[in-house]
Design a protein around this ligand. Sequence first.
Ligand code: SAM
Length: 277
Amino acid sequence: MLDRHGLLLKHKLGQNFLVQDHVIQGILELAELQEDDVVYEIGPGIGTLTVAMLPRVRRVVAVEADRTLPPVLAETCARDGERLSLIPGDALRVAPKTLVEAAGTEPTKLVSNLPYQVAATVILDALEHMPSIRRLVVMVQAEVADRIAAKPGSKAYGAYTAKLALYGRVTGRFEVGPGNFMPPPHVNSAVVRIDRRDDVPNDATEVAQVIDAAFAQRRKTIRNSMSARGYEKDVLDAAFAAAGIDPRTRAESLAPEEFVRLMQELQRTCFDSSSKS
Ligand code: SAM
């Protein structure tokens, strides 16, 4: 297909195209697509996954950075082309509003073989800014999948894991070796399924700020890391005590719900001290 269109693969755009049907099948099984689903796809490439999704859903809205690919996609997706909305451009710069305008409605799922350079960012972005997306089924580098699913206290657990866990739970995963792509990447990959939580905290953005401060200096105690980020030590001490968190602990050993508690106690402590003064 690429030869016929006179196109070359672009390494800098993470163009490792899927060439194995059983991987597509595995993605579809995890996605559990419904006929009223509106799927957001980042990087449809030459449409291998897109073609498989189009007949199963109401619409696919896809963002593709490589401006030479739309004619190829028009050909591969011709059969169900009326269900495809294609936005040329960089997914990192496409506003949710643009997606909704192009699709005519809000996306319900994100299903993609993601370009690895932007994978971690777009996943958290979709969870934070597109609440209509209830499920993500994404192919990522295995190392990113490990960070997404990491447990507190493990090496892979970090600010990214804790922030993502405020919004979603990992409910599925399978491994994908390099031989399933053309050209084969130098790393192992994995497909992960993330389901949006029903109990996303209202103040998730504020909790994310606390998480960033707690992990800012990963080797330091949480008290030192957060005070280096501008939190007052006496406010921190009061909040740690009220939240039942040892100030000598490191951020990597705290579960996401402990960060939620800490943020609530920080707000309470600040409110109490400002109402006394
Ligand atoms: N979905 C196809 C498949 O499974 O064979 C292609 C997947 S390939 C790993 C990643 C695709 O994302 C490529 O088509 C690439 O051009 C596109 N891409 C890379 N960076 C992008 C970005 N920032 N925004 C949108 N698309 C991007």
